[in-house]
Design a binder for this molecule. Sequence first.
Ligand SMILES: Cc1cc2nc3c(=O)[nH]c(=O)nc-3n(C[C@H](O)[C@H](O)[C@H](O)COP(=O)(O)O)c2cc1C
Length: 194
Amino acid sequence: MTSGDPDAFGSPYRLLSTAVTPRPIAWVSSRGPAGENLAPYSFFNVVAVDPPVVMFAPVATAAAPKDTLTNAVETEAFVVNVVTRDLVEAMNASSATLDSAESEFAYAGVTPVEADRVDAPRVEEATVSFECELYDAHEVGGSTMVLGEVVRAHVDEDVLTAGRIDVDRLETVGRLAGNWYASTDDRFEIERPP
Ligand SMILES: Cc1cc2nc3c(=O)[nH]c(=O)nc-3n(C[C@H](O)[C@H](O)[C@H](O)COP(=O)(O)O)c2cc1C
């Protein structure tokens, strides 16, 4: 066993982003003054179920704050679209650094549809989307933890069995380190201890 401070294994980013894998990916759509915005965030998870709250975390860069963060705070709204195997190329394309006026929807070749309950677009091609109202935003070091309450969900009927999402039909994708991803192709079941 080799033990050390978090920066002993390359960098804290390298250590955490390779060990905390596969990470779910929030494909976050939002609206800004210049139009629609879409970007992936793998610092993402469920935080609460009553009320249902999810979080994602934009990491500060030397440049201006990420558009998704600015938009989510300004409009108090965003949509988390779930990344499935068929959309992974489009998700990756949408991470390009574009001018604020240029839409990542058009660049990635996906279709914006107006959300029902919040002031944001959702991705029409996504199998699952969650419309979120901003619940809170906390600065944590150089990141901001953006919390959103899920107020409406959209689920493609193709992945439903008896009205519930069927994990055998939903091929979600997780992020590994760098440019590597994992899908749920190799699934297995283990009984949980009492
Ligand atoms: C799979 C994937 C996951 C990402 N996760 C994050 C993340 O959790 N936090 C972050 O700040 N950037 C993350 N990025 C980078 C952002 O997507 C990228 O900076 C993007 O241009 C931000 O767009 P925006 O300014 O429109 O919000 C990720 C990129 C990819 C491809």
